[in-house]
Design a protein around this ligand. Structure first.
Ligand SMILES: Nc1nc2c(ncn2[C@@H]2O[C@H](COP(=O)(O)OP(=O)(O)OP(=O)(O)O)[C@@H](O)[C@H]2O)c(=O)[nH]1
Length: 342
């Protein structure tokens, strides 16, 4: 089986916004995924509390299969290549970008990476909700950072009066250009929003006795319930073929709040009888082309994940993409193919 590229998620945010809290939360709640966390230094990562299985150079191996690596920016390329090498068990890589640095450099580095085993997993901007107005006055460049984010965590929401939460969410959402904004406390976001659990489930079926997750789960995490309701996922299935131009129109102008889309697409275009697997994070878009397996039914199955989604509208807009291009329209797949990797 061909392994999907390992998603690399960049976590950015100004000093003290809650980046490390988010990383610690993910390491405690990996849900069976093996996470490789990359930080500038081990300083604040709460490794002691996570039971260390071993240490090699600047890498700490944690009892739950996760890794924590300390690296400066110049060593990042090498480190990513090592984490993604064949045989590596890592399912997802999360990099903490340092405080004031413009995260775009790191995004560019990933998007330009020629390593087929690495994929862009999105830019998550952590914002200190309580200090947002003051931070913005001191660092107006935060507006730029937000514009490039794929997902914004409006963190320290516990420190903001309820009456002010809506104003901040709207302000930040506007600056982020309709990207999803998720209020969080202590960076506690459902990891399923950031990475998939499919690979994980397969492994758990084989070795259910591994219960480190449960042992390490943050017992003080009393907001687990509403974590699951903080974002929505919409499933869309259709047997009728999808019109490539219509789907590209939808993808070019995704509804507000969409963070990720994934699944398979059955296009109705002459000579394009292959299966296209779609993957989007924020503005990033990629199709992978493969053959349908023998006996596999040709249909479209998509999952759209985001926060503040108008679920009916997403379903309606996707249903409106069904159809087949005119026989005379020879180039209907052109835009799809621009974003396709074999
Ligand atoms: N009340 C409250 N405190 C928080 C929250 N998130 C983080 N903190 C606290 O804020 C401080 C900074 O959090 P960090 O997670 O270290 O922030 P950071 O972005 O990694 O900070 P730098 O590495 O200095 O850039 C710590 O004392 C955290 O305990 C939150 O949601 N609510």
């Amino acid at each position: 089986m061909v392994r999907q590229p390992i998603p690399v998620i960049i976590v950015a945010g100004f000093l003290g916004a809650g980046k490390t809290s988010l990383l610690n939360h993910l390491l405690r709640n990996p849900q069976g995924a093996r996470i490789g966390v990359v930080v500038n230094d081990f300083g604040k990562i709460n490794i002691d509390a996570l039971s260390v299985a071993g240490q090699v150079d600047s890498t700490v191996s944690l009892g739950n299969g996760c890794l924590c690596c300390a690296v400066d920016a110049s060593g990042l390329d090498d480190l990513l290549a090592r984490l993604a090498r064949p045989g590596s068990d890592i399912d997802v890589i999360v990099i903490e970008s340092s405080g004031l640095a413009d995260p775009r450099g790191m995004v560019r580095l990933l998007l330009n990476s020629t390593n087929p085993r690495l994929g862009y997993g999105g830019l998550v901007e952590v914002v200190d909700a309580a200090e947002f107005d003051a931070t913005r006055r001191r660092h107006p460049e935060i507006d730029q950072h937000l514009r490039f984010a794929d997902l914004v965590l409006l963190n320290k929401i516990d420190r903001v009066a309820e009456s002010d939460q809506r104003r901040l969410a709207e302000l930040v959402g506007g600056l982020a250009g309709g990207k999803p904004v998720l209020p969080t406390a202590h960076g506690r976001v459902d990891p399923a929003l950031l990475f998939d659990r499919e690979a994980v489930r397969e492994r758990q079926d084989v070795a259910r006795q591994l219960s480190f997750d449960e042992l390490l789960a943050d017992s003080s995490d009393d907001c687990h319930e509403h974590l699951h309701t903080a974002y929505q996922s919409v499933e869309f299935t259709a047997d009728d073929p999808v019109h490539p131009r219509e789907l590209m129109r939808f993808l070019d102008d995704r509804p507000d709040g969409v963070y990720r889309m994934k699944g398979q697409v059955h296009f109705g275009a002459p000579g394009q009888g292959q299966k296209f697997t779609l993957h989007t994070v924020g503005d990033f878009l990629r199709f992978q082309r493969s053959r349908w397996a023998r006996g596999e039914s040709r249909c479209t199955q998509l999952v759209v994940i985001g926060s503040g989604l108008d679920q009916d509208r997403v379903r309606r807009d996707l249903a409106a993409c069904l159809g087949e291009p005119d026989a005379a329209d020879e180039h209907s797949m052109l835009d799809v193919l621009k974003y396709t990797r074999a």
